[in-house]
Design a protein around this ligand. Structure first.
Ligand code: SAH
Length: 251
């Protein structure tokens, strides 16, 4: 049997938000590797082996997936959202670069998924209609000072900012510090959205302003979207507002 490795994006949660290519890779795999809650999102086929892992051991998980593929297994390594956005694909290529030369002959494909910021943006309207960027607030893999520097530079340059990993039990105050830094740069009325568990049964979205935004509202299932001074809110009666950023901008 010829082995392969597919690095599969599962999308934000709902099966309907998963691509047919991702579905095909999951069905064709002999082995599924990933963080346990991601593996729980779909039912295994008979005979498939599940390798549930800890979320922190990214490189070890990547090497394990490469080893399975190199040994003739059809390995699907799964990530939530898109595997290339703050997720496993980079870890695989890092492991590949420093691993045995034989791994480079392996059939490796990245299968994209809908990343959280796109799912959240679609739910809200069109907040990413003009220039935007994505920043992870996790300081597991980079210094916190760099996160703040990038956030303030992006806000100062007029980007809408999609904030991943906004808050966790290990880092309860990061989002508060981020809002404090941003309030020095952006107007108080700048729209801010908290989009939690998008496409999942516990989905919850609120739209507020930078002035009123309460960091306690975010957790690890939340994508925080910070508007630019161009971002607009369309209020509606008995329905949540729409958020959009116009395509055109003043000089
Ligand atoms: N690879 C993933 C991101 C992994 S980082 C992707 O492309 O979406 C994990 C962070 O993604 C979470 O802390 C949260 O900020 C965001 N996230 C993932 N799924 C989400 C969802 N369904 N709704 C809102 N945010 C989500």
């Amino acid at each position: 049997m010829t082995g392969w490795l597919r690095i599969v994006g599962l999308g934000p949660g709902a099966p309907g938000a998963r691509t047919p290519d991702a579905e095909d890779a999951l069905n064709a795999a002999t082995d599924l590797i990933g963080y346990a809650p991601y593996l729980e999102r779909f039912s295994p086929r008979a005979g498939q082996i599940r390798h549930a892992t800890d979320n922190r051991e990214e490189l070890a998980r990547a090497r394990h997936a490469l080893t399975l593929g190199a040994n003739g297994h059809r390995a699907a390594l799964v990530s939530g959202g898109d595997p290339g956005v703050f997720a496993m694909a980079s870890a695989v290529f890092e492991a590949l670069e420093s691993g045995p030369a034989s791994w480079r002959a392996l059939d490796i494909t990245v299968i994209p998924g809908i990343t959280a910021m796109l799912a959240a943006a679609a739910h809200l309207g069109a907040p990413l209609g003009h220039d935007f960027c994505a920043i992870s607030l996790s300081d597991n893999l980079k210094p916190w000072a760099l996160v703040l520097q990038r956030l303030t530079a992006a806000a100062g340059a007029g980007f809408v900012i999609a904030v991943y990993n906004p808050r966790s039990r290990a880092r309860p105050d990061h989002l508060r510090e981020a809002f404090t830094a941003l309030r020095k740069i952006l107007p108080p009325a700048t729209p801010v959205a908290f989009a939690a568990a998008i496409t999942r049964p516990d989905e919850h979205v609120t739209v507020t302003t930078l002035e009123a935004a309460n960091p306690e509202q975010a957790d690890m299932r939340t994508l925080v979207l910070i508007g630019s001074h161009e971002t607009r809110v369309i209020a509606r009666e008995n329905a949540p507002p729409f958020l959009y950023t116009p395509r055109s901008t003043a000089a």
